[in-house]
Design a protein around this ligand. Structure first.
Ligand SMILES: Nc1ccn([C@@H]2O[C@H](COP(=O)(O)O)[C@@H](O)[C@H]2O)c(=O)n1
Ligand SMILES: C[C@@]1(CO)OP(=O)(O)OP(=O)(O)OC[C@H]1O
Length: 157
């Protein structure tokens, strides 16, 4: 078995939605990012890359590379999943926490889990997405940005 963790932050900027776990969540801000800025998927990718000791998301998808401008982050997750399978592992489980005052994540968590399970080719019961505020403390509490952290356990396939 292998364990991994990931963490990602994006600042809020102009826009009318944030993309979380591949779901378009209406919001009065977007995020500043090279790709679609999906913190759920970025944290999850980093957890998988970490579990495999294969660097991090920037190693595989450099922010200097124009190919990833505005990219759908689900593409990054499918790449991480393919590397996981190539190395003889499958997802045991993944647990993601989104950290922000807003938007509310709960109403979208099920749709996110469905996307993540599809990209990781596993049952939805292996994927958890939850959320917390920081009780108005820190950058998330000041509504300056959004963060996510992820843990994964990989099992031998
Ligand atoms: N962006 C968020 C933040 C929180 N939730 C849900 O609300 C619950 C209470 O959050 P606290 O930070 O006050 O503990 C939390 O457990 C989530 O269920 C959310 O959906 N979206
Ligand atoms: C995802 C990448 C893709 O170029 O860019 P960003 O969307 O800015 O996201 P970040 O979480 O900073 O990770 C770095 C990059 O790999």
């Amino acid at each position: 078995m292998r364990i991994g963790n990931g963490f990602d932050v994006h600042a809020f900027g102009e826009g009318d939605h944030v993309t979380l776990g591949g779901v378009r969540v209406p919001h009065h801000h977007g995020v500043l990012a090279h790709s679609d800025g999906d913190v759920v998927i970025h944290a999850l990718c980093d957890a998988i890359f970490g579990a495999l000791a294969l660097g991090d998301i920037g190693t595989h998808f450099p922010p200097s590379d124009e190919r990833w401008r505005g990219a759908d982050s689900r593409r990054f997750l499918r790449h991480a999943a393919a590397l996981m399978r190539e190395r003889g592992y499958r997802l045991g489980n993944a647990d993601v926490t989104v950290i922000c005052e807003a938007p509310k994540v709960g109403p979208h968590a099920q749709a996110m889990r469905e996307n993540l399970a599809a990209d990781l080719e596993c049952g939805i019961d292996r994927i958890s997405v939850k959320a917390t505020t920081t009780e108005k403390l820190g950058f998330a509490g000041r509504r300056e940005g959004i963060a996510a952290q992820a843990s994964v356990l990989l099992e031998r396939a």
